[in-house]
Design a protein around this ligand. Structure first.
Ligand SMILES: [Zn+2]
Length: 275
């Protein structure tokens, strides 16, 4: 059987779509919203991941309130380390006109919450979940593929910000049962890409870019256009479209290899009588 290999131009199409989105008003509004969320240090990203592996968007109690969302009763805060900074005495820095010079005095524990621990006003979302479809047969095929890769798959009740996840520690993929059939298929492939590519992989941003690129390519092969979701998702993990393009180019072999693997598994005859 001939192996199917996705062509280069789909990756070019992906980068172009991301670039177009990045220059749209919709994206600029989204960036304004992002200024409310800090860029956490590597240590803090690890702390957040340890305490809440599903965290997608994290901010302090007051920030959530200012965005029209409240932390729900009984939610446990995620503890991170906040730097204690003191403004440097002006007199000490001779000739210096610079303001905002700070010295680091140490760290204190600060409490933050993930968006899934809050409720209230919807945050502007520049990428839409895919709607509709009935892909139950395809879902079964993907479940069989997951199983051949050693992963069990579960439909779970999850907050709307989370579409699914993949755990290498218990070989388990979860899919948000409340999403549409089309979105579930897209997520399923994304999580399968994590399963194949990202065991002991610590660069979350690159991991998300790779997994979503694989999902975009495999969905395209299946006749599902995931661009309304995939472009924005990748862009949100890669700062800007130039960086996205560079990273897609850099990871192109890995992305193609994994999408090719999954597409070929999908195009193989299904095992007889999968009940
Ligand atoms: Zn992911």
């Amino acid at each position: 059987m001939t192996k199917i290999r996705p062509s280069q131009d789909i990756l070019i199409r992906l980068s172009q779509g991301i670039a177009e989105l990045a220059s749209s008003d919709k994206w600029q509004d989204y960036l304004k919203l992002q200024t409310h969320f800090h860029n956490y240090s590597y240590a803090n990203v690890l702390l957040i991941m340890q305490q809440r592996p599903d965290a997608t968007r994290v901010a302090g109690y007051g920030t959530w309130k200012s965005l029209g969302r409240n932390v729900m009763k009984g939610e446990k805060a995620i503890a991170i380390l906040a730097p204690i900074l003191y403004k440097r005495e002006r007199a000490q820095s001779e000739n210096s006109q610079k303001e905002n010079e700070y010295d680091l005095y140490g760290f204190k524990v600060a409490n933050v919450f993930d968006i899934s621990q809050t409720q209230g006003k919807d945050l502007l979302n520049p990428y839409q979940k895919l709607a509709g479809g009935d892909y139950s047969a395809l879902y079964k095929r993907l479940t069989a593929i997951a199983s051949s890769l050693g992963f069990d798959v579960f439909q779970e009740e999850m907050p709307p910000e989370i579409n699914g996840n993949c755990s290498h520690s218990n070989n388990r993929i979860n899919i948000n049962k409340n999403n549409s059939s089309k979105q579930q298929i897209k997520t399923f492939i994304h999580e399968l890409a994590h399963a194949v590519m990202h065991k002991d992989f610590t660069d979350r941003a690159l991991g998300e870019l790779e997994a979503e690129s694989v999902a975009y390519i495999a969905c395209d092969y299946l006749g599902i256009d995931s661009s309304n979701y995939s472009f924005g998702y990748i862009l949100s993990w890669s700062n800007d479209s130039k960086n996205a393009e560079t990273l897609i180019k850099k990871s192109c072999t890995r992305i193609q290899k994994t999408s090719s693997l999954l597409i070929n598994m999908l195009s193989e005859k299904p095992a007889a009588a999968v009940a």
